[in-house]
Design a protein around this ligand. Structure first.
Ligand SMILES: [Zn+2]
Length: 107
């Protein structure tokens, strides 16, 4: 279990609990707390989805590194690394999966 997966499960559980609390607030006619619970559910759902994507990316990077270590020549992942996607290809992280000749940060 990665820390991303643990974060995903925790956020999803929190979102579920807050959704139930929000439903109870609506049932009691307390719309203010229900609205706050709803907004928090949206934030926790976003956190859970992001953590799930990070977990999936980490698994893909590990599989790519395992195949490379076994002597295979796997195709680079897309994006090649998370730093390249956030820097628009100007920088690459140490875990980049693109071959060095295709990187645009080398001049
Ligand atoms: Zn890269």
């Amino acid at each position: 279990m990665t820390r991303h997966l643990l974060r995903q499960y925790t956020a999803a559980l929190g979102a579920l609990a807050l959704a139930a609390a929000g439903a109870v607030c609506i049932w009691r006619g307390q719309l203010g707390p229900a609205a706050m619970a709803g907004l928090t559910v949206l934030c926790l759902t976003d956190i859970a989805l992001r953590a799930g994507r990070r977990h999936q990316r980490l698994l893909e990077e590990h599989e790519w590194a395992r195949r490379r270590g076994a002597g295979e020549n796997p195709a680079p992942l897309w994006p090649c690394c998370l730093l390249a996607s956030s820097s628009r290809g100007r920088a690459h992280s140490h875990r980049c999966t693109a071959p060095p000749l295709h990187r645009t940060d080398k001049e």
